[in-house]
Design a protein around this ligand. Structure first.
Ligand SMILES: Nc1ncnc2c1ncn2[C@@H]1O[C@H](COP(=O)(O)OP(=O)(O)OP(=O)(O)O)[C@@H](O)[C@H]1O
Ligand SMILES: O=C(CO)[C@H](O)[C@H](O)COP(=O)(O)O
Length: 404
């Protein structure tokens, strides 16, 4: 237990002062307890009370996906839910893969490649192969962060293909590990408070890769095809199986609204949510646990061809009970999303229309007119809620008191 200052009246959001050699620092998650009784004197709402404060350990979120499958876009939506912009560490390596905001630090697990680009080529392994990654170090460092300790994390430089000198990472409130293998190693998996897998079907992955790598990186169609084919066996062996461990999966498929569609522009997106996860109540449409098909196009929602279809219901996924919310099609007018939002429950919003507001705020992000953006935003809100509930439980206060 570290003291802010004895007998200070403070609010839940007040920062502690730095306590030398304590491992505690300013602006970390702070829990308040009185010395006499934890529960009876904790702050809720506008009441304040005399406190001492202890810094809590970060919560750890895992986000898994193949390269080019929307992890960065998802992270931008997540950090926005917490209210701040994420930036690379100030004054550090310009090729750092890390993004830091007031609340979150996102590290890219590519930084745990044990073989650089040349090393992989010499050994004939891809970056997806566990042999090219240092899982012992990954485990030790994620564990250290979770215990509230700073780490010296290596950097994999995507510009040069080399392993650069390490960067200092301080424990944040929310630590996100994104990349190819957040749920691969059982020890790392056990450290995760919540995990997400972005499951992009081959057809869609191909369409996105072409769009980005041809338009933005000058790659040829043939080289993109070859790169996808070369990665596929290792993707199937080491990356894809992680989805069975995820608490939420966002699955992106070609639309079923256009027969034999091969353009990949209209998407069918599923949000697969595991049942029975502490602090995570799956979102539902109309009636929890029922099976629902809903075509909202009409007076309240403008839909051009091929329209929009929602489905919701219980299912099983790798033998586990899940709820699945599905959206096929795309929005014509994003402001009308409020109509859809008003029919969804358990969204963990703080006010009516927060999903729509978030979507409008980032209307220029890829996927903002379809289920990818909608479900990424919803998962971001669920993570905020999970965070607040974990913090509240640790503090022994009602969840309301730990709102960010
Ligand atoms: N929801 C989406 N809808 C359409 N295109 C998308 C979507 N998400 C991502 N993309 C496309 O995929 C590209 C890669 O997205 P993003 O940078 O978020 O992925 P990433 O997983 O972080 O990639 P990498 O690991 O290679 O850095 C984007 O430039 C965009 O072209
Ligand atoms: O799958 C990847 C994850 O982003 C990359 O291909 C891997 O990190 C290797 O990077 P590079 O191609 O820059 O050498």
């Amino acid at each position: 237990m570290a003291f802010c200052s004895p007998h200070t009246t403070a609010s839940l959001r007040s920062p502690c002062t730095t306590i030398p050699n304590s491992g505690f620092r300013q602006n970390q998650v702070i829990l308040f307890t009185t010395r006499s009784s934890r529960r009876s004197n904790t702050r809720h709402g506008a009441r304040t009370f005399q406190v001492s404060c202890a810094v809590e350990q970060p919560i750890v979120i895992g986000l898994a996906a193949d390269s080019g499958c929307g992890k960065s876009t998802f992270m931008r939506r997540l950090t926005s839910v917490f209210g701040g912009a994420a930036e690379p560490p100030k004054g550090g390596n310009p090729d750092s893969n890390t993004l830091i905001s007031d609340t979150t630090t996102v590290i890219c697990l590519d930084d745990y490649h044990s073989l650089d680009r040349t090393g992989r080529k010499e050994k004939g392994v891809t970056a997806l192969d566990p042999k090219a990654n240092d899982f012992d170090l990954m485990y030790e460092q994620v564990k250290a962060i979770k215990e509230g300790k700073a780490i010296e994390k290596p950097i994999y430089n995507h510009v040069t293909g080399l392993l650069d000198p390490a960067e200092l990472i301080q424990p944040p409130k929310i630590f996100v590990i994104e990349g190819l293998h957040p749920m691969y190693d059982e020890r790392v998996r056990e450290l995760l408070d919540f995990s997400i897998y972005l499951d992009i079907s081959n057809e869609v992955k191909f369409a996105w890769k072409i769009q980005r790598d041809m338009a933005e990186r000058g790659h040829s169609l043939e080289s993109i095809k070859a790169s996808i084919e070369a990665r596929k066996p290792d993707f199937d062996a080491f990356i894809d199986p992680q989805k069975q461990y995820a608490d939420a999966v966002i699955e992106v498929l070609p639309t079923q609204l256009i027969p034999d569609d091969n353009e990949g522009k209209v998407l069918r997106v599923k949000l697969i949510m595991k049942e029975g996860i502490k602090f995570f109540n799956p979102v539902y449409l109309f009636d929890e646990g029922s099976t629902i098909n809903w075509i909202p196009c009409g007076r309240k929602l403008t839909c051009s061809y091929p329209g929009i279809k929602f489905s919701y219901g219980p299912d099983t996924y790798f033998g586990q009970e899940v709820s699945v919310l599905e959206m096929d099609g795309q929005f014509d007018r994003l402001d009308e999303l409020i109509y859809v939002e008003s029919h969804l429950s358990n969204l963990s919003t703080k006010f009516y229309g927060e999903v729509t507001q978030q979507m409008l705020k980032h209307a220029d992000f890829p996927g903002s007119n379809n289920g990818t953006g909608l479900f990424q935003t919803i998962v971001g809100l669920k993570i905020r809620d999970l965070y607040e509930q974990i913090i509240a439980e640790r503090a022994g206060v009602p969840a309301e008191a730990a709102k960010v």
